[in-house]
Ligand binder design. Structure first.
Ligand code: BV8
Length: 250
C-alpha cells in the first residue's frame, strides 16, 4: 500500500488531544460483519428497520432476540485485531506525553475494551448487557446462546430482556453524548475510522471538531460522505493503515 501517511502522522504526533470515532469497519477484520458493506453485511440479510428498533422488538421479540444473540456470539468469539490494538497503543502514547485521548465507538462488541483501550465512550451501547424491556433493570444472561428466545425478564411477568444497545429512534445515553461533544470540541485531531458516516448524531461529531479547528483524518475501506471533506482520507483496511500511523507518532 503506497499511502502517504507522513502529514497525518505528524498531525497526530503534534496533537495534545485526539478523538477517534470508530464504526463496524474496525471490527470487520475480527470477523464481525459490518452493517452496510461487504459480503456478510448484516443489513443485507436483514432489514435494519425490522430488527434494530424498539417497535421491531415489541412486534417480534423472538426474531430480534435471535439476531442479537447470533451477533452476541460472534462478538464473544471475535478477538481484537491490529486496528483495536493500534488505537489502544495510541492512547498510551498520548497519555505518556500528557495528552488526551477519547475513543467514541458506535460498535457494541466491546473489542476496544478487550484491546485495553481505557477512555471508551459507547455511543450505541453494548450487546453484552441485557435489561428488562419493561423496567430497565439489568438481567443476568448466560455467556452461551440463550436457551429460549425471547428471554423472559425476572423483573416483570410477561416482559422480556432486551440488549443494552441504542436502537434507531432511541436517544443516545446522555453521558455519552455530552462526553463526545466535549471531547470533539476540545481536540486537535479527529479520526473517523471504519464507519460509513451515515448514522447521526455519531456522524456529526467530526463537524464539531472541524468547526473548532481540529485536523480531520478518515481511514476507511470505501469512500464515504466524509472522504471529500476531511484533511486526509486514507483508503484502506484499518488493521493495515492504523499501525503505520501510530508506530511513528510516538
Ligand atoms: C436518534 C444499534 C433521536 C446497535 C445502531 C435523517 C437524517 C439524519 C438522522 C436521521 C434521519 N432519519 C433518522 C435519523 C436518526 C437516525 C439515523 O441516523 N438514521 C440514519 C440511518 C439516517 N439515528 C437514530 O435513530 C439515533 N437516535 O437520533 O434519536 C432521539 C432524541 C431524543 C429522544 C428520542 C430520540 C440512534 C442511532 C443508533 C442506531 N443504532 N446500532 C446495533 O444493532 O449494533 S446504528 C448501527 O449503524 C451500528 O451502531 C453501527 O455502528 C452504525 C453505523 O454503521 P457503521 O458502524 O458505520 O457500519 P457500516 O457497515 O455502515 O460501515 C462500515 C464501514 O467500514 C464501511 O464504510 C466500510 O467501507 C468500512 N470498512 C469495512 N471493512 C473495513 C472498513 N474500513 C476499514 N477497514 C476495514 N477492514
Amino acid at each position: 500500500m503506497n499511502l502517504n501517511v507522513d502529514a497525518p502522522r505528524r498531525a497526530i504526533a503534534e496533537a495534545r488531544s485526539v478523538v477517534v470515532l470508530t464504526g463496524a469497519g474496525v471490527s470487520a477484520e475480527s470477523g464481525i460483519p459490518t452493517f452496510r458493506g461487504g459480503m456478510e453485511a448484516l443489513w443485507k440479510s436483514f432489514d435494519p428497520l425490522t430488527l434494530a428498533t424498539p417497535e421491531a422488538f415489541a412486534r417480534d421479540p423472538k426474531t430480534v432476540t435471535e439476531w442479537y444473540d447470533w451477533r452476541r456470539q460472534k462478538c464473544r468469539e471475535a478477538v481484537p485485531n491490529a486496528a483495536h490494538l493500534a488505537l489502544a497503543a495510541l492512547e498510551r502514547v498520548l497519555a505518556a506525553r500528557g495528552g488526551r485521548f477519547t475513543l467514541l465507538t458506535q460498535n457494541v462488541d466491546r473489542l476496544h475494551q478487550r484491546a485495553r483501550s481505557r477512555n471508551v465512550v459507547e455511543l450505541h451501547g453494548n450487546i453484552v448487557e441485557w435489561r428488562c424491556a419493561a423496567t430497565g433493570r439489568g438481567g443476568e444472561i448466560p455467556e452461551g446462546p440463550f436457551p429460549e428466545r425471547p428471554v423472559p425478564s425476572p423483573h416483570r411477568a410477561g416482559a422480556f430482556l432486551r440488549p443494552s444497545v441504542v436502537w434507531f429512534g432511541e436517544a443516545l445515553p446522555e453521558a455519552a453524548l455530552s462526553a463526545a461533544f466535549e471531547a470533539a470540541q476540545a481536540c486537535d485531531v479527529f479520526m473517523s475510522i471504519g464507519t460509513s458516516a451515515v448514522v447521526y448524531p455519531a456522524a456529526g461529531f467530526i463537524d464539531v471538531a472541524a468547526a473548532n479547528g481540529a485536523k480531520t483524518i478518515e481511514i476507511n475501506r470505501d469512500p464515504t460522505p466524509l472522504s471529500q471533506r476531511v484533511d486526509w482520507s486514507l483508503m484502506g483496511k484499518a488493521g493495515e493503515v492504523l499501525p503505520k500511523l501510530v508506530e511513528q507518532s510516538s
